[in-house]
Unconditional design. Structure first.
Length: 312
């Protein structure tokens, strides 16, 4: 019998864990496969870890990995993938925005061997703040114009993958991770399932606007160098404009004997060009920062304890 590993990143999810556990165990009864549930506690400050320990004691399918601190969802997903032993591996959130009921359809699709992955995406963003939805759409539009790696609009991390695809993802060991891009970059044939946006079953989202903005920058810098090219092009354009303006000043001085005046306009131009320079330096600095983090070769996460420590 095939085995399915369910990876669930958790950060302060005490309000929803019981609901999720009851739902996923209910769904697992409808699927002809063995299961293991790998909950990754990403440095939670509430009772998430205590609840996971209780579940692991009463259900031998439940495993958990507890980080020494909050390393982020990307690290949690990577840790779960490394620990998963199933023939098929799924990633889903604990807040039930990723409907467990789809799991059976996803599994049956992979059994046909026609696809290596079944992924999900949102058809609508109902219930999401208008401003957040607007910037999300802008992000997908911008990144897909910059990179050859397709990032599907509305894509969720919720997906079921074959062991072969999971092993390929684990070969991508970079420190700065953007899984939506990595899933696409490794290739393999993927079937997409679209569904309406579902709000959290309980608790509050941990993703505010600033965190999503930083995550979007992470994605852009991880899969394209187009911003660096853009900064170079901007520099060339301003050099050409400066050269033309120098010729204009020389021409006007020689013909009319009147140099170009206008102190305020000169200051505005200087400030504008300086701003462009700082912007371009910021782009280069972002890429250098990513390289700096990579060459230090720090671990992606640090494990504090697992279910095995309870058994000792």
């Amino acid at each position: 019998m095939n085995k399915i590993s369910i990876i669930v990143p958790c950060y302060n999810e005490e309000d929803v864990l019981k609901i999720f556990y009851n739902k996923i165990t209910e769904v697992s009864k409808t699927i002809d496969a063995d299961f293991e549930y790998i909950f990754v506690d990403d440095g939670s400050k509430d009772k998430t870890l205590e609840i996971l320990k209780e579940y692991s004691k009463k259900d031998n399918r439940v495993r958990f990995i507890s980080f020494s601190r909050n390393f982020g969802k990307e690290s949690a997903m990577y840790a779960g993938l490394k620990e998963a032993t199933g023939d098929y591996v799924a990633i889903m959130d604990a807040d039930l925005q990723d409907p467990p009921d789809l799991l059976k359809e996803m599994y049956e699709t992979l059994l046909t061997k026609e696809f290596d992955c079944v992924a999900t995406k949102r058809k609508t963003r109902k219930g999401e703040p208008i401003l957040r939805s607007f910037f999300s759409r802008m992000f997908y539009s911008i990144i897909n114009k910059m990179t050859s790696t397709e990032i599907v609009n509305g894509a969720r991390d919720y997906r079921l993958m074959s062991r072969k695809m999971v092993d390929s993802i684990l070969e991508v060991t970079e420190y700065n991770r953007f899984s939506k891009g990595i899933f696409s970059w490794v290739g393999f044939k993927t079937k997409w399932i679209a569904y309406d946006n579902i709000e959290r079953a309980a608790g509050k989202t941990k993703w505010n606007f600033w965190k999503l903005f930083k995550y979007s920058i992470e994605g852009i810098t991880a899969f394209t160098t187009t911003p660096l090219v853009m900064s170079a092009v901007i520099g060339i354009i301003f050099c050409i404009i400066a050269f033309i303006m120098i010729l204009f000043v020389i021409f006007k001085t020689l013909i009319y004997g009147d140099p170009v005046s206008g102190w305020p306009s000169t200051i505005c131009i200087i400030l504008f060009v300086s701003g462009i320079q700082l912007f371009c330096l910021g782009i280069m600095g972002e890429y250098l920062a990513k390289e700096y983090m990579e060459v230090k070769n720090r671990p992606i996460y640090i494990v504090k304890e697992t279910e095995k420590d309870i058994e000792k």
